[in-house]
Design a binder for this molecule. Structure first.
Ligand code: ADP
Length: 305
């Protein structure tokens, strides 16, 4: 599978996109090698969808360049090299699942056999059902089959499991494993940190249009460099915790406090002196979620739920 003229599956150089006064994406440099499975993470409005749209040739950058397998994104899409699953991509209500996937297959030169695409997406049992009779999770799987049927080298998925319950999400990722086992490239945007943690080789974290961290799950965790402190604290208040030094994020549930700190020694000393009744203290390494919160938090400390 050597479609790469410049060695990269996706390459973004100095990419920027503005909508009026909003800088949706700014100075983004990103190279994704063939075979990588990359999670694009970030809070709402971070610029993930805009970045994905530029990779697919749906939006043009104002500055910088985007190439996919060495080609302009639109050319790579037309050549069937990219399969995309976008949020809210519409399905034709009157067509059955099999007809929908069959229709898309006809648009491509070397599609997968339709039964193959249905099997890989795990929707053989609903092949004769019309789109208007499908649940949200089933529609997502049909979109997945549509993305797969061109037999693409790269899959780009924007929040692929958004409408799925836990069971469907697990099934979905099982089908994805069989796709990536064949050495193909996947980029997916997600809100679900556990999906990134479990499934991605690499995590790219965006905030306010920029990439703020890029590496393996372990590297991104380490980048945050912090620790979590959990403790029980009678009569704890938001203002008490927010006033502690080095706290990057915190959560209160009843008398339990859970916080991320960039310097747990300093935070703990201040906590013990501000609230001597604190007990059951546990200190741990920051998980991906903690790293996510501390790397994407705005300048002021944020309370999170
Ligand atoms: P994410 O996918 O991370 O939630 P988006 O790429 O959708 O982020 O949005 C990034 C920023 O650009 C947001 O502030 C959003 O409101 C703005 N934006 C995105 N698309 C448009 C558009 N078509 N017109 C105006 N503003 C937009």
């Amino acid at each position: 599978m050597d479609n790469t003229q410049d060695g990269a599956a996706i390459r973004l150089r100095g990419v920027a996109k503005r909508y009026g006064d909003v800088r949706a994406v700014e100075s983004v440099d990103l190279t994704i090698a063939p075979g990588e499975v990359v999670a694009l993470l970030g809070p709402n409005g971070a610029g993930k969808s805009t970045t994905v749209d530029m990779m697919l040739g749906l939006t043009k950058p104002d500055d910088g360049t985007v190439s996919v397998f060495g080609r302009a994104p639109g050319d790579a899409v037309r050549a069937g090299m990219i399969g995309a699953m976008l949020q809210g991509g519409t399905l034709l209500d009157d067509l059955t699942v099999r007809e929908t996937v069959g229709l898309v297959a006809k648009l491509h030169r070397r599609p997968l056999p339709v039964p193959d695409a249905l099997r890989r997406a795990g929707i053989e049992d609903i092949a004769e059902r019309r789109a208007n009779k499908l649940s949200g999770g089933q529609k997502q799987r049909v979109r997945f089959a549509v993305a797969l049927v061109s037999d693409p080298d790269l899959l780009v998925l924007d929040e692929p499991t958004a409408a799925m319950d836990v069971g469907s999400r697990r099934e979905f990722w099982k089908s994805m494993y069989s796709f990536t086992d064949t050495g193909r490239t996947v980029l997916f945007a997600t809100h679900y940190l556990e999906e990134a943690e479990e499934f991605a080789d690499r995590v790219v974290l965006m905030r306010a249009g920029r990439i703020v961290a890029d590496g393996s799950v372990a590297q991104v965790r380490a980048l945050a460099g912090g620790r979590t402190i959990r403790a029980v604290l009678p009569e704890v208040t938001d203002s008490l915790v927010a006033a502690l030094p080095a706290v990057t994020a915190f959560e209160l549930r009843g008398d339990r406090v859970s916080l991320s700190s960039s310097d747990s020694d300093v935070t703990l000393r201040a906590l013990l002196s501000a609230a001597p009744a604190v007990h059951d203290i546990e200190i741990g390494a920051v998980g991906l979620e903690g790293a996510f919160l501390s790397l994407t938090a705005e300048d002021e400390t944020e309370a999170v739920r």
